[in-house]
Design a protein around this ligand. Structure first.
Ligand code: ATP
Length: 457
């Protein structure tokens, strides 16, 4: 159960510069968002940490950065051209449009995943589901709607020049399987990861940045011997859970949900989702970890005619490896982090303090350097100019120190560093901790090490 309502958190993010409405001066564009001066940093920090933990610090993995536009045969092979669709239904009375499975789930709590359009129509009838907008019970039959955005390459806008904005980043990894083998000399097991934009023409985007049409994915395709996949599936589930916990997310707000057999995609042997108790729903998917077997490589072999296989150096056996895929959206981790961090408390003097308890490694601004009075600005600025070589810091000389603390609490800055008159004599500054509000006197020459230690993920 979350303490704060979602609207309050969203409005805080908009007011402080984490997120802006997309194309705002033109009245916006349906559920599109821009990341502001703080949000850009939070996103970057999340991506940098993922890259560090899943690529750089893993002895198994390498990273690539593949193109968004791909040969359309890719999407035939992956099944997206035919099957990447959600069933949509319209309310005949008020013309609102819904994803059939979500309409059913919201109204009945029953899962409609994997059901056909006909089966979902029957469920809508059987449960006498009414329109959430107008309350009427008059729906069209549901019909599939392909979620891929189409565009054209070159000057002609015809079928031959049609290309798609990728709906997931992993296909760029599968098609480069041979290139990575050729240029890395990797041996099984090994993984290929990437971070990049994906696009889905979602029927019902919403809940702020939870479901958007343009988002960033961080995906790892981890290749294993076919009989070794189950162990690695567990390994990556644990790694992903560990990442979420290390982000400082409260344990009671996270759960791991293994998919039931009927819910699995036909090619998946096992799937587990890490879910978070978002304030707008009971549990929402953040991270999906799937055992995709050898499905993807085999499909691309079939459609491209290329051999995407591995030759075992010991036995010389040639086969398509199995693949474990941990897939996560940057926006989902972002939203989870800010929902979990947002807090309000009343101080002893009766003042209200809004504070974001973001993990220091995630916080957009690591430290704010504050001269006690403007007269001390030159000295404080010298410290600031030294620190910005290593950390993203701000310099703030406006208003009382108390006001500066409040401003920084509200945006999640973990440390405020005050340069006062004593600093002129003892070459020390006061570092105030956002969470405990404790103040520590630290030598100026030790400030960098102090911060470095606190920022460890
Ligand atoms: P859903 O069933 O909710 O549409 P999905 O199961 O199809 O989602 P995946 O294809 O498994 O999602 O995508 C992997 C990850 O990418 C998700 O766990 C989520 O973090 C992120 N993601 C997927 N779709 C969106 C979206 N529209 N907006 C933001 N993030 C998304």
């Amino acid at each position: 159960m979350q303490k704060y309502n979602f609207e309050e958190i969203v409005s805080h993010l908009k007011n402080t510069g984490y997120v802006y409405q997309g194309s705002e001066i033109y009245g916006g564009l349906s559920n599109s968002w821009d990341f502001g001066i703080l949000g850009a940093y939070l996103k970057k920090n999340i991506k940098d940490l993922w890259w560090k933990e899943f690529i750089e610090k893993s002895p198994y993995n390498v990273g690539i950065d593949s193109a968004i536009l791909m040969n359309p045969r890719t999407w035939e092979a992956s099944g997206h051209l035919k099957g990447f669709s959600d069933a949509m239904v319209d309310c005949k009375a008020c013309k609102s449009r819904f994803r059939a499975d979500q309409l059913i789930e919201d109204a009945t709590g029953l899962s409609a995943e994997g059901k056909t359009c006909e089966e979902m129509d029957q469920m809508i009838k059987d449960h006498a589901i009414t329109c959430p907008k107008c309350g009427k019970q008059e729906f069209t039959n549901s019909r599939p709607f392909n979620l891929m955005f189409k565009t054209f390459i070159g000057t002609l806008e015809d079928a031959k020049s049609t290309v798609y904005l990728r709906p997931e980043t992993c296909q760029g990894i599968f098609v480069n399987f041979n290139n990575v083998l050729r240029t890395s000399r990797k041996k099984l097991p090994f993984g290929i990861g990437q971070i990049g934009k994906s696009f889905r023409n979602e029927i019902t985007p919403g809940n702020f940045i939870f479901r958007v049409r343009e988002f960033e994915q961080m995906e790892l395709e981890f290749f294993t011997y076919p009989n070794d996949d189950e162990r690695w599936f567990e390994y990556w589930v644990e790694k992903c859970l560990d990442f979420v916990k290390r982000m400082g997310i409260k344990e009671e707000n996270i759960r791991l949900r293994p998919h039931a057999k009927e819910e699995l995609s036909f090619y998946s042997k096992a799937t587990s989702d890490i879910e978070y108790a978002f304030p707008f729903t009971d549990w929402g998917e953040v991270w999906g970890i799937a055992d995709r077997t050898d499905y993807d490589l085999k499909r691309h072999m079939e459609y491209s005619g290329e051999k995407l296989v591995y030759r075992d150096p010991q036995t010389n056996e040639v086969f398509a490896p199995y693949c474990i895929e941990p897939s996560v959206g940057v926006e989902r981790l972002f939203l989870m982090a800010v929902c979990d961090a947002y807090d309000k408390e009343v101080l002893e003097n009766g003042e209200e303090r809004v504070v974001m308890h973001l993990h220091p490694a995630l916080a957009p601004v690591k430290a704010c350097i504050c001269p006690l009075v403007k007269k001390l600005s030159p000295q404080a600025k010298a410290l600031y100019e030294d620190l910005i070589n290593d950390f993203h810091c701000e310099f703030d000389e406006a208003g009382t120190v108390g006001k500066r603390y409040r401003r920084n609490d509200a945006i999640g800055t973990p440390y405020c560093i005050t340069y006062d008159f004593d600093s002129l004599e003892d070459n020390c500054v006061t570092i105030r901790d956002r969470d405990t509000m404790e103040q520590t006197r630290v030598k100026i020459s030790d400030v960098k090490d102090y911060l470095k230690e606190k920022l460890v993920f």
